[in-house]
Structure formats: C-alpha cells, structure tokens
Design a protein around this ligand. Sequence first.
Ligand SMILES: [Fe+2]
Length: 286
Amino acid sequence: MTDVIAKDLTPAFGAEVSGFDPRRPMDDDTRRTLQQLFDDRGLLVFRDLELSHAEQLQLSKLLIRKEALEEGEAGLEIEDNFYISNKKPGSAVPFGRLQFHSDTMWAAQPFEVLSLYGVDIEQPAVPTTFVSAAHGWAALPDDLRERVEGLEVLQTAGEVRRGDLTDVVVTTIERPPSTVTRIEHRHPRTDQTILYICEQMTKEVVGCSPSESERLLEELFAHIYDLATCWDHHWRNGDLVIWDNIAVQHARQNVRTDGPARTLRKVATPIPQLDFDQLPTYSTAD
Ligand SMILES: [Fe+2]
C-alpha cells in the first residue's frame, strides 16, 4: 500500500509529493501512483530527500516507464557529474537568465524527463520558473487554434534573439542542430496535445514571411507565458523537481556567479546523440 500524498501546485500542472522514501523498495502500487501522477501533472516536487545520483536517475526513468533500461541502452549516456551551478567549477550555465524552453527541443527526440536536485543552496537562490505547454494547448483560444492548424516551426539550438534580452545567456554552437515540428504536437508517451513552441529555440513558422511568423509566435508566447499560469520553484537543499520536458517548459531569472550558491544536480534522459561541435558554450547577450 502506498503512503504517497500529492498536493496540486497550480490548477494547470505540478504536484508536491510527500510520504515517498526513495530508499525504501518500491511496491507496484507506489510505482503506478507516481507514474500516473507524473503523466497527469507533468511536474513533481519532493522535499527533504537524501538522494544519490543513481537514485535520481532511477526515479527519472521510472516515471517515463523506462526503468528497465540500462545505461548506454537506447541512446542513454548518463553522466553522474552534471551540475547547474554558479559556484562548482565546470558546471553548465553558471550565470545569466534563461528564457523559457524545453531542453533539446531542436532534437528529433528531445529529453523526455529532466530533474534537478538541490545539493548546495544558499538563500535567496534564484527560483526556476515553470509553465505547462500542455495547458497552453488546452487553453488556446479557438481563433489561434484555427490559425496554427497544420503549421510547422523550425526549432534550433542556434541563435534566436527576441523579446527582452537583458542578462540572457547566449549559447554558441559551431554546428547547431535543428528540427521541424508541428505547433500542435502529440506527446509520445501521454498522447496529450502540446503547444510546441518556445521563446528560446523556436526560430520561425515554416512557410510564413518573417513578419507574419513573428506576429503569430508573439501571440502564442503571450498566451503560453501568461504569468497567471507560471509557477516558481524556490530552491532548498534536498529538493527534487522532476518534470516532463515535452509538456512543461522552464526558465530562470538572472543568476550571478557572485550571488548565493545555487548548485543543482541535473539528470536528463534519454540523451540525444550529439557531436562535439554541437555542444554549447555560454556568454551573455549584452
Ligand atoms: Fe534548460
């Protein structure tokens, strides 16, 4: 019998889970409860966990029903030392602001699940902001829904500059990957419809003039990033946030290297295969 208790974080998405101990063997009931909760809510928050990298990875795979996969299988290349940090040497995106995105949205098969675990957090650490692109589609006004029907967009890891670029991290990639996807996107696991565009990586609507394309995207962004539906996670040590990278987008305000420590251990899976010249380096926009 499962002791898992879930509390909704927003009306549209997210749940905080208590009563779960990753150190205890998981029974089928608990596994099914967590998987269903993840499919329904798109993002789960656990507090005060003591979690190894292996346990973080196992829980991430379990939620997308790929717990049986071994490392190296089906494109899984797992690093046990991947950190988002403004203090830990060698970490990813150590500074700057990030616009809303889904990681590797420019890949044919992006990460299905992302998780961050708070290992060294000083207050006030910059929160991570989330928004649901599944809700974005479900709540899309009829006129916009009709206008995007059948349309495709170019998603790229290359430069996309729009909106307020103050403090935004610019990722430079020698040979940026890109892909074309439908705006009305079918989620491969849950079958939900996703409003599949993001301000950081969606370059243009295919087949439209640049001004038409930007006008439509701006309308869609204004809808999907409505502040009333965004949710901030304020980090503490021992927090674990796991989210569906296709259904839920993330962003953050400016992180400074001289600010409070903000070290998060990241697990992303399954990993798209990339060459060395398709990996990013980071600088600021201004
Ligand atoms: Fe990201």
